[in-house]
Design a protein around this ligand. Structure first.
Ligand code: 3H9
Length: 655
């Protein structure tokens, strides 16, 4: 076996006349310029060298190839381009196989599709997730995949950016086999039996014919989830094209579309989100801190929030002890948690064995002493300072000294709760969003005295729960509700200045929010915020601008959708503009002598973005948020801000 090197990232060794080429470009073997150049050189060598009968491509570490190098997007292209490398693989006169040892995504799967044979490890993940980055595959994915698995299946994978397991890839016909410990040896053995004369080039296959209804259904399903983004529709068009167009023409149209989308605002925004997600949860100085070991999670309160947290913890593999105030409430709590798990079974997200395993790790009790076994206790009780403080003081007497205590408060000051306990350094905030087993966002609140290893443990726990953790410092409402308050306040100012609720909602929905702000208010109910405003009234500065319209709505019994009336009327269950509300708004303006002004949809969005971005700057300068991209993630994942606009900080910066 002789070792060869074709670039910094591409090495090869000849084994039984097969050139095994290894891509080693940590962390995910992305197809950076020197990977592409090295692959070209390796292919040249394989073609020319008489000792080489075939080639196997594989990746070092846990990935096969994680895709094109996203960091190169937006920079001048460097030859050789990926489509050239891929054409070279397919056209090589000798058999080429992919030993897919890990993630084969985007350009990585496109490389594999051009190979003549593909074997995958059972842990491999395969997919063309480009639409998630606002683009379509740009190196043959939309043209080769349908030739291999049919149009409907290719639309399902590409237009949804769905990532699949090796087993599903085998069933669909993307890979020829799944191989465990001996993947490389099996791939070498496989390619040795493939003769040069019988090479199967994916690009020359015909797209299998199938019923038009199946194709239309796959397309309609994907478009429904696309929420106005361009890339899924373009991906569908390109996949359909493969059935009627020669390969080279299809590839040219795919490349043209890829470049157009790659250079779009939408793709820039989604790339920003991609890197924002990778940066989130990283805290300077915490890299070397080992998290504490967590096996048992205690949860006090098993209502809506607590039961969702319990399901997330059970899904994360933890043992869960739920605590309620009475045996009867504990039984109800257990039923609620079991009900959420049952729902997962009904929708196919969980199987019977998974359900049984989770239930075996769950105990719900009225005996708080059982929390002595917990490594972390998360409280999800009524958001009241006295209730939470007394609970933590009580927990101090029950749990071990190294047990972490986490509060799920949304608005209270966790520093105050911590300072009333014996060990404030073990207190951290875990602000879940409801429903907690579904929503990805988790604000991890770094309190004044939180110990570094407590914060590190909270972040590790968040990852194991499958959450997207964003660290926030302590301020009223943390990152999310601070920005949301600024957004809400500005919208109400605009109502007073001349806009109507539906004008603001239409502007927001057209921008990409799933629902306008006032429609959201009505859905959530107006009375909780009203109660909070009444509590805050005494401490409000007399010169602060205050809009009374929401109070007037509540005084008139308009508590939102459930009372049939709020910012809108719901006479037949459907949202309607209500002249009565318009009259109340006009009266409020008249009281302050405000001459109403007309706002265009763009002005509405611009003002709201500016309000959010200004508040974001305040959070950044106060050290509450570590980076602007964290604020973007919170608003995208917790408050419906459209991901394809990149979040309020990104979007305001682009204007
Ligand atoms: C494409 O392929 C277009 C083609 O069709 C056409 C081309 C002509 N590039 O996620 P992790 C970094 S588009 C550059 O935490 P994991 C990431 O930023 C691409 N960097 O790891 C992070 O850096 P840092 C289609 C990348 O183990 C580090 O790697 N492909 C790329 O949890 C670790 O990332 C995709 O969309 C990249 N492609 O998961 C797949 N990927 O340490 C995108 C990652 O500095 N990647 N980085 O923060 C993934 O889904 C996951 O990273 C993967 C590994 C599953 C591979």
């Amino acid at each position: 076996m002789s070792a060869l090197r074709f670039s910094d990232t591409i090495s090869a060794a000849l084994t039984e006349a097969i050139l095994v080429v290894t891509i080693d470009n940590a962390p995910v073997n992305a197809l950076s310029a020197n990977v592409r150049a090295g692959l070209m050189a390796a292919l040249d060598h394989a073609e020319k060298s008489e000792d080489v009968a075939g080639v196997v491509l594989t990746g070092a570490g846990n990935s096969f190839i994680g895709g094109a190098d996203i960091k190169e997007f937006g920079k001048p292209p460097v030859e050789p381009l990926l489509p050239e490398v891929i054409s070279r693989i397919e056209a090589l006169g000798k058999p080429v196989a992919a030993a897919i040892n890990g993630a084969a995504l985007g350009g990585g799967l496109e490389v594999a599709l051009a190979c003549h044979r593909r074997l995958a490890a059972p842990t491999a993940k395969l997919g063309l997730p480009e639409v998630k980055l606002g683009i379509v595959p740009g190196a043959g994915g939309t043209q080769r995949l349908p030739r291999l698995i049919g149009t409907a299946a290719a639309i399902d994978l590409i237009a949804n950016g769905r990532i699949i397991s090796a087993t599903e890839a085998k069933t669909l016909g993307i890979v020829d086999g799944v191989s465990g410990d001996a993947l490389l040896a099996d791939t070498i053995a496989d390619i040795k039996t493939t003769s040069a004369a019988s090479l199967r080039c994916t690009g020359v296959l015909s797209v299998p014919s199938e019923a038009l209804e199946a194709i239309d259904k796959a397309a309609a399903d994907a478009l429904r989830k696309a929420r106005g983004q361009r890339a899924p529709a373009e991906a569908i068009r390109l996949v359909r094209l493969a059935a009627t167009t020669p390969l080279q023409e299809g590839l040219a149209e795919e490349r043209r579309t890829f470049i157009e989308l790659r250079d779009s605002e939408e793709a820039a925004a989604l790339r920003h989100v991609f890197f924002a997600e990778r940066a989130a949860g990283k805290v300077e100085g915490l890299e070397a801190i080992a998290p504490r070991k967590i096996e048992t999670v205690g949860i006090v309160g098993t209502g809506l929030m607590g039961s969702g947290i319990a399901v997330a913890a059970l899904n994360g593999g933890y043992r869960v002890i739920g605590v309620e105030q009475s045996a009867q409430a504990a039984e109800k709590g257990r039923d609620r948690i079991a009900g959420l798990l049952d729902k997962a079974v009904q929708t196919g997200r969980l199987d019977a064995a998974g359900l049984e395993d989770r239930l075996s790790r769950l105990a719900v009790t009225a005996d708080m002493q059982q929390l002595a076994e917990a490594d972390i206790v998360i409280e999800a009780v009524f958001d009241d300072l006295t209730v939470k403080t007394e609970l933590f003081q009580h927990l101090d007497t029950i749990v071990r000294a190294d047990t972490i205590l986490a509060t799920n408060t949304s608005y209270l000051d966790p520093n105050v709760i911590a300072s009333a306990t014996q060990r404030p350094e073990r207190i951290v905030g875990l602000h879940f969003f409801s429903p907690a087993h579904i929503m990805r966002l988790l604000e991890v609140v770094n309190c004044k005295q939180t110990a570094p290893d407590v914060l590190a443990t909270a972040l590790a726990l968040a990852k194991r729960l499958g959450k997207l953790p964003v660290v926030s410092g302590v301020t009223e409402g943390f990152i999310g509700n601070s920005i949301f308050s600024a957004y809400r306040r500005e919208a109400e100012y605009m109502i007073e200045d001349g806009a109507l609720p539906h004008e603001i909602d239409v502007a927001l929905e057209t921008y990409g929010f799933p629902m306008g702000l006032f429609a959201v208010y009505d859905m959530a109910g107006l009375e909780i915020a009203w109660a909070r405003r009444k509590r805050q009234a005494a401490s409000r500065h007399p010169t602060e601008r205050y809009v009374v319209i929401a109070d007037r709505l509540c005084e008139a019994g308009r508590f939102g959708q459930k009372s049939g009336r709020g910012w809108y009327a719901y006479p037949d269950g459907k949202r309607r503009i209500d002249p009565e509300v318009t009259a109340m708004i006009e009266a409020a303006r008249a009281e302050k002598n405000i001459a109403p002004k007309h706002f265009t949809a763009d002005e509405i969005v611009a003002r709201l973005l500016k309000a959010m971005a200004d508040e974001g700057e305040t959070l950044l300068s106060g050290g509450i948020a570590a980076r602007a991209s964290d604020i973007d993630l919170v608003m995208i994942n917790g408050y419906g801000f459209p991901a394809n606009k990149g979040g309020p900080m990104f979007a305001a910066g682009r204007r």
